[in-house]
Design a protein around this ligand. Structure first.
Ligand code: ITT
Length: 208
């Protein structure tokens, strides 16, 4: 199936495509579709729905959207939905290493380093028909950034069971346990179950 992915983030696209094999993933940039919706929601799922609705309105084909970020308990859940914009504003835009340095600095010597990645993912099949999942990856904030893999805050989230940060994991291992990998596998299963739904049942017509 052709699935539009409402993102400008190539890392997200790679991670999603690795799970949704057998489907064609298209992003707005692939077809020069102008797409930059304002993320005005106050929760991940709201922003995921905003992105899905905005792209569906443009392409009228099935859309997936992902809103995600890092939530740090000792920072009251920040940067959370503002993860991509953390430390930015007034014409200033930080890159990932700068955001990571800022977060480490803000957290300082805090003992409670519990944190998690969150991914809200929406599959929108029509304006009124959509599915929403939200998954997490739990860890702790490392004392320093470590690892070259992944993207964003991956060098900061340390996984006890793996004894390394997410950025130190090979890509397929990240997907096997990550917030996005988990959400994408739920969407993949959903797509498969929809494929198996006979059209009569999908129309609510049992034929009786
Ligand atoms: P789109 O809105 O175009 O999808 P974006 O990068 O702006 O791209 P978000 O608004 O969802 O996406 O912001 C997510 C930010 O959270 C992202 O830029 C990273 O900084 C961080 N993030 C999300 N998933 C991550 C992951 O798997 N590993 C590391 N950081 C992640």
């Amino acid at each position: 199936m052709i699935l539009w992915f409402a993102t400008a983030n190539e890392h997200k696209r790679k991670e999603l495509a690795a799970v949704l094999t057998g489907h064609t993933i298209l992003t707005p940039a692939d077809r020069a579709v102008e797409f930059d919706p304002e993320e005005t929601g106050t929760a991940f799922y709201e922003n995921a729905l905003i992105k899905a609705r905005a792209l569906y309105a443009l392409v009228k084909e099935p859309v997936i959207a992902d809103d995600s970020g890092l939530c740090v308990d000792a920072l009251g859940g920040r940067p959370g939905i503002y993860s991509a914009r953390y430390g930015s504003g007034a014409g200033k835009k930080l890159d990932s290493p700068e955001r990571n340095a800022l977060l480490l600095n803000e957290l300082g010597g805090e003992k409670n380093r519990a944190a998690r990645f969150v991914c809200a993912m929406v599959l929108m099949l029509s304006e009124d028909r959509f599915f929403l999942v939200q998954e997490t990856l739990e860890g702790t904030i490392a004392n320093r950034a470590r690892g070259e893999g992944g993207f964003g805050y991956d060098p900061l989230l340390y996984l006890d069971e793996k004894r390394c940060t997410v950025a130190e994991l090979p890509g397929d291992e990240k997907n096997a346990l990550s917030h996005r990998g988990r959400a994408a596998r739920r969407i993949a299963a959903l797509l498969e179950s929809l494929d198996k739904t006979p059209p009569e049942a999908a129309r609510g017509n049992s034929g009786a």
